[in-house]
Design a binder for this molecule. Structure first.
Ligand code: CTP
Ligand code: MG
Length: 221
């Protein structure tokens, strides 16, 4: 059936400090352009949520709507702007999206109607010592076993009806989540985990831009 890529790009990029983040360029191409171009070949349409008062740069194979106050609200508006049966939701702030990851996600989505890309955690994890007598938040509290722990990325894929129902209910109940798979899972939906890629990191803080510039040299070759 019909499929759409939905790209929340309406954030203000406060932590990066360079204005609306989607328009920030890495090696001459905006984060938005990179995300749109990575998804366009795999879907029937691309819809982007932009900050109020901004416009889609010319030449991108997408159409734009105005985003909301929160990421969740931007995605809800994106869902209302398409009739596609399947949707892939992807942060504009994750500009390096390998093609194989998109294929794996589309495949995983068939079973459950909900799947997300995620990375098995590689580092040792520790909870800081708040609440432990004699320790504070700057101290090693207790080890958190990392087996079975995944760091969630985007893209995330859904049957549109599944995600729309999750958003409607979250809105009615006043519940907020940082991502869409989290909304679906919280309401009892099964979400498949698809191995992601370190290159899918989210450009969030100024240091991430240096990393992105370095990666772009190899990526754009
Ligand atoms: N986003 C959105 N609408 C919002 C807030 C965020 O579409 N109201 C999008 C961002 O554009 C980004 C993604 O959601 O592609 C992830 O958000 P984040 O990394 O937090 O981006 P910003 O909100 O722009 O950054 P910050 O939180 O530092 O202001
Ligand atoms: Mg934000």
């Amino acid at each position: 059936g019909h499929s759409a890529a939905l790209i929340p790009a309406a954030g203000s990029g406060t932590r990066l400090g360079r204005g609306p983040k989607a328009f920030v360029e890495v090696a001459g191409q905006s984060l938005l352009a990179r995300s749109v171009q990575a998804l366009a070949p795999h879907v029937d349409e691309v819809v982007v949520a932009l900050p109020p008062g901004t416009e889609l740069p010319p030449g991108l194979p997408a159409r734009a709507i105005v985003g909301g106050e929160t990421r969740q609200e931007s995605v809800r508006r994106l869902l209302q702007a398409t009739r596609a049966e399947r949707v892939l939701v992807h942060d504009a702030a994750r500009p390096f999206l390998p093609e194989q990851v998109v294929h794996a996600l589309l495949e995983a989505l068939v079973d459950t109607g909900a799947a997300t890309v995620a990375l098995p955690v590689a580092d040792t994890l520790v909870r800081a010592g708040t609440g432990i007598p004699g320790l504070d938040s700057g101290c090693w509290g207790e080890l958190v076993p990392r087996e079975d722990l995944w760091a969630v990325q985007t893209p995330q894929g859904f049957a549109r009806s599944v995600l729309l129902a999750a958003h409607d209910r979250a809105r009615a109940e006043g519940y907020a989540a940082t991502d869409d798979a989290g909304l679906v899972a919280r309401q009892g939906g099964r979400v498949r985990l698809v191995p992601g890629d370190a290159r899918l990191f989210k450009v969030t803080a100024p240091g991430d831009l240096a990393l992105a510039e370095a990666l772009a040299t190899a990526w754009d070759r």
